[in-house]
Design a protein around this ligand. Structure first.
Ligand SMILES: Cc1cc2nc3c(=O)[nH]c(=O)nc-3n(C[C@H](O)[C@H](O)[C@H](O)COP(=O)(O)OP(=O)(O)OC[C@H]3O[C@@H](n4cnc5c(N)ncnc54)[C@H](O)[C@@H]3O)c2cc1C
Length: 469
């Protein structure tokens, strides 16, 4: 727990923000101090709610001068605890919700940090553009949050992570100075890229106050299918075919094991099995193209060839938008559907795409040897080699016993990932949860270089002091 913040510092922070700009009301604070899976409960002496970049700068300047630790929070959907304060002042971007500019010549949308991802999608759609970052948390996740976690999601295969979707940033640095880097350039090769340093920094190098986001054209043709495959090898072969067949128009290619699908059918109202028989593995595939009808035609060709040579066992192709949504609901609810099933060790790992089947085989054998009866619900962005590898307690087993084995069990999974040349955090970041674990797998040379960058920008380590190196 961070040391108590002196009363005079709290008074100064309140004074620069004025009425409505701060809160100590327990009812107002409560939802911001609880992580959505109830994994972390936080504490803060003060919630600050700046409305403008200048107000953020005033807050950070006071924190810098007094050495007061501060944690930034957007939508509180982060999965690694980085947004939950443990005694620090809590800065929320809730009141920074303006879309400052929307320009279809530059294909850019400039939004403040607290705008939700859903609001970005709506604003882009209104001018026949789209921002291709899709997360199941998009109704709450904010621009500042997705930038600071370098969020991924289902469309990375085609458009890349947030890193590839940001043209410029505005941020308040840990010394309280405002950096206006809200450029709209596609090319700017002028040395170190401060914007890229802030993307994925998890709030440790400053507060992101606004971002210039890259927009893409709307696609006229879209095909969505839930495809039953024999195993992850078949899924990867099918992905190769789909890329060839569509000329790279595969928008999403998501793997799901049967157990996770069963959890969704059992625990999420309104979901139903789109296929007549259960299958061990499924892919949810989406293609999209500019030419009307061509995505649907490509999907039909990929499925017909796959059925012929045994890669595909069965498939349900959405005929309407409602059916597409219903198929996506099964995928998007993979994580929420686990909640009623008891304690889980969650992993967000990446390995080279070719190594996904080996990872799944090795990890499952190892965790089941360690905890007989453990239930593995693996799903994720197989086209990126990113698997959410979740290990649930044995059916009827004890939550407390399973939770007590989490660190040891996760170490087994992470060691296999590292041996296959992978990463222990593919898209969720490190937060307070995985920082120590990550140090095990990064070289001392790298950790030292990263610490030097942080010391240079934040010598007092006031910004999110519990996270990263
Ligand atoms: C159901 C569900 C599905 C999800 N699916 C995905 C997925 O597919 N891919 C994926 O990548 N993530 C996913 N996530 C994780 C999460 O939604 C993302 O990490 C998201 O980017 C967090 O945004 P947020 O606004 O909620 O940030 P928060 O949770 O509030 O904060 C996350 C981190 O960013 C920092 N931060 C927030 N705002 C700022 C700011 N303005 N300036 C500086 N630092 C800031 C915080 O300090 C913290 O370290 C999912 C989460 C849920 C609950």
């Amino acid at each position: 727990m961070t040391a108590p913040v002196p009363a005079d510092v709290l008074s100064r922070l309140k004074a620069v923000l004025g009425e409505g700009g701060w809160s100590q009301d327990p009812a107002r604070l409560a939802p911001k101090l609880l992580e959505w899976r109830d994994r972390w409960t936080g504490e803060t002496p003060l919630l600050v709610l700046p409305k403008t970049t200048d107000e953020v700068a005033a807050v950070i300047a006071i924190c810098c001068e007094s050495g007061t630790p501060i944690t930034t929070q957007g939508g509180n959907t982060g999965l690694v605890g980085g947004q939950i304060p443990q005694g620090e002042v809590l800065l929320s971007t809730d009141r920074m919700r303006a879309i400052r500019a929307l320009d279809t010549s530059d294909d850019v949308l400039v939004a403040e940090a607290g705008v939700t991802l859903s609001a970005i999608h709506e604003a882009a759609a209104a001018v026949r553009r789209r921002f291709p970052l899709g997360l199941a948390s998009e109704g709450s996740a904010t621009v500042g949050g997705v930038v600071s976690t370098n969020a991924g999601g289902t469309q990375v295969l085609r458009y890349g992570m947030t890193r590839n979707l940001v043209l410029g940033l505005e941020a308040v640095l840990p010394n309280g100075e405002v950096w206006n880097g809200l450029k709209r350039l596609r090319k700017d090769n002028t040395g170190y890229d401060l914007k890229q340093l802030l993307i994925g920094a998890e709030g440790t190098l400053g507060v992101v106050t606004a971002a210039a986001l890259k927009l893409h054209p709307v696609m006229a043709s879209r095909a969505v299918a839930m495809i039953a495959v024999a195993d992850p090898e078949a899924a990867i072969q099918l992905l190769g075919r789909a890329k060839d067949e569509t000329g790279g128009a595969v928008e999403a290619f998501e793997l799901m094991g049967r157990l996770g699908v069963e959890f969704a059918l059992r625990n999420i109202p309104g979901t139903r099995d789109p296929l007549a028989q259960p299958h061990p593995w499924y892919v949810l595939a989406e293609f999209s193209t500019a030419e009307p009808g061509s995505a649907e035609a490509a999907m039909a060709r990929v499925l017909a060839a796959g059925l012929q040579d045994g890669l595909v066992h069965d498939a349900a192709v959405a005929q309407t938008e409602a059916q597409a949504k219903a198929l996506w609901a099964i995928r998007e609810n993979q994580s929420p559907a686990q909640k009623p099933e008891g304690a889980t060790w969650k992993h967000d790992v990446a390995v080279p795409v070719s190594q996904v089947p080996a990872f799944l085989r090795q990890a499952t054998a190892a965790v089941q040897a360690f905890t007989p009866g453990a239930r593995v619900a693996a799903f994720g962005h197989v086209g990126d080699g990113n698997i959410h590898y979740d290990v649930l307690r044995p059916d009827g087993g004890s939550d407390a016993e399973h939770a007590a084995l989490r660190d040891e069990g996760s170490r087994i999974v992470h060691d296999i990932v590292a041996a296959l040349g992978g990463s222990i955090s593919a898209e969720h970041g490190l937060g307070s949860m995985k920082t120590e674990e990550a140090k095990r797998y990064k070289s001392p040379v790298e950790v030292e270089a990263l610490q030097a960058i942080r010391r240079a920008l934040d010598p007092k380590r006031i910004m999110n002091p519990r996270v990263l190196f």
